[in-house]
Design a protein around this ligand. Structure first.
Ligand code: SF4
Ligand code: SF4
Length: 440
């Protein structure tokens, strides 16, 4: 992990070339280099804390691109997080952000709020959805909440066999679902479980898991985040499942993955030695679902290997067979892809989803010219800085439409909300997680 000090910044400017906020503003103070310099002056007591300083530090997507490219090995990410904590202590947070942090620090509250929001989606007059936006996203374009939280629904599907492998037995995998899959995108969760089962894994979804804590860490609420992190470390500790049998800890969200892989072990000084050890074991086993599929597939015949991954349940599903009763070769589906920043910069598995998409016989994958550019979603960035976020996502949409794709795939739920939320009906593009394509 990078840990070089701020003094080591040579001011080379490489980080400017990858910083999405700098590319939009083209102003030095919107760059990672300037943010680091300001932090340095502040730490040396040459700059006083102010709301202006807080604004400059906060107007960052926490995408990690600067840290990934920095030749001096500076960990911008951890510096920004520390500084955000200090700024939040000095100047407080917006009420909406405080409420979000309060909500996410208790699974009970998240569940209650999701239930309340679901009711709101049912009874609120359409005119309200038509009229109002949340950040840069019109309310009417927000995804519908799951009928039931995914973790509850999957357990009820077939109580004793929800996660049993379909054939063979290659061991156990733990599945950290994250809040988005649990409350918004259950199809991603079901696809992940079905694919893992058809690969021969028993899928264990620890019941007590909760929000990964990243939204709190990003908003300077480290103490609240720690409560969630300790809960997750306890329920994901591979030792509690007999370590040898836990092959991997699967995530479908790159941001949750980056929390488990990088941020939990980075907090080791705040933990007891046992907890720090568990955090490091968890970190070593975390992998995103698309990378896991690729890793476990036969690289000499990837296309066939991916075809074989269709869940046996799905192969025997009459609804699926009815769609092609005469076995006519179906038309290939045109798809394109958006690479989430945390997959590229934090989990460092940038090409895996694209490799799979390119090799799926039923897909016609067309790369957008800016497939790996940030979409401007950035956790709550789309809400806090809608004007910057809008500029970024607009360009992404133009380029995605140029590919002629019908489906736009991306692994990150916030990117998904941001991309989909800024599309119009007339764009005729649907945004999904790539894992959902394997089961088509
Ligand atoms: S890339 Fe690293 S060394 Fe270069 S300006 Fe940015 S922070 Fe400084
Ligand atoms: S984390 Fe991303 S948005 Fe923030 S300074 Fe670094 S490159 Fe720019």
């Amino acid at each position: 992990m990078k840990s070089s000090t701020l003094q080591n910044c040579s001011k080379c400017g490489l980080c400017l070339s990858v910083c999405p906020t700098y590319k939009v503003a083209l102003l030095e103070h919107a760059s990672p280099r300037a943010r680091l310099q300001l932090i340095k002056y502040y730490e040396n007591s040459e700059l006083i804390s102010s709301s202006g300083l807080k604004e400059i530090i906060s107007k960052c997507l926490m995408c990690g691109a600067c840290a990934a490219i920095c030749p001096s090995g500076i960990n911008h990410y951890s510096k920004f997080m520390e500084m955000r904590t200090k700024m939040a202590e000095d100047h407080g947070e917006k009420i909406a952000i405080k409420s979000l942090v309060y909500l996410l620090s208790s699974e009970f509250r998240i569940r209650f709020a999701a239930g309340f929001a679901k009711l709101g989606q049912r009874i609120t007059p359409q005119i309200i959805f038509e009229k109002y936006d949340l950040g840069n996203i019109p309310l009417k374009r927000f995804p519908k909440l799951n009928k039931k939280p995914f973790r509850q629904a999957v357990a009820e599907t077939s109580r004793s066999e929800a996660g049993e492998p379909e054939k063979g037995n290659r061991g156990n995998v733990l599945y950290f679902t994250g809040c988005a899959t649990n409350y918004l995108f259950d199809k991603t969760g079901f696809a992940t479980v079905n694919i893992l089962k058809s690969m021969g894994y028993k899928v264990i979804i620890p019941e007590k898991q909760t929000c990964c804590g990243i939204p709190m860490l990003f908003h300077g609420a480290k103490d609240k985040a720690k409560k969630n992190i300790l809960t997750n470390i306890k329920c994901l500790n591979p030792d509690s499942f007999n370590q040898d049998t836990v092959k991997a800890i699967i995530v479908d969200c790159p941001t949750c993955g980056s929390a488990l892989k990088n941020e939990y072990p980075a907090l080791q000084d705040d933990f007891s030695p046992e907890t720090a050890e568990a955090a490091s074991k968890i970190s070593s086993k975390v992998i995103d679902i698309m990378s896991f599929i690729l890793q476990e597939s036969d690289s000499t015949n990837l296309a066939q290997s991916l075809e074989n991954l269709k869940s046996d349940n799905l192969k025997h599903d009459s609804r699926v067979n009815q769609t092609n009763p005469e076995n006519i070769e179906p038309q290939k589906i045109k798809v394109t892809y958006h690479l989430p920043c945390h997959l590229k910069n934090s989990l460092q598995s940038p090409g895996n989803s694209e490799t799979i998409l390119k090799n799926m016989p039923r897909l016609d994958y067309i790369r957008a010219v800016d497939a790996d550019e940030c979409c401007g979603g950035g956790g709550t960035f789309f809400y806090e800085y809608p004007e910057i976020s809008k500029k970024m996502v607009k360009v992404k949409i133009i380029n995605a439409k140029k590919t002629g794709a019908r489906i736009w795939l991306t692994d990150c739920p916030v990117c998904r909300i941001n991309l989909s939320g800024n599309l119009k009906e007339s764009d005729k593009l649907t945004v999904k997680h790539p894992v959902e394509m394997i089961q088509l």
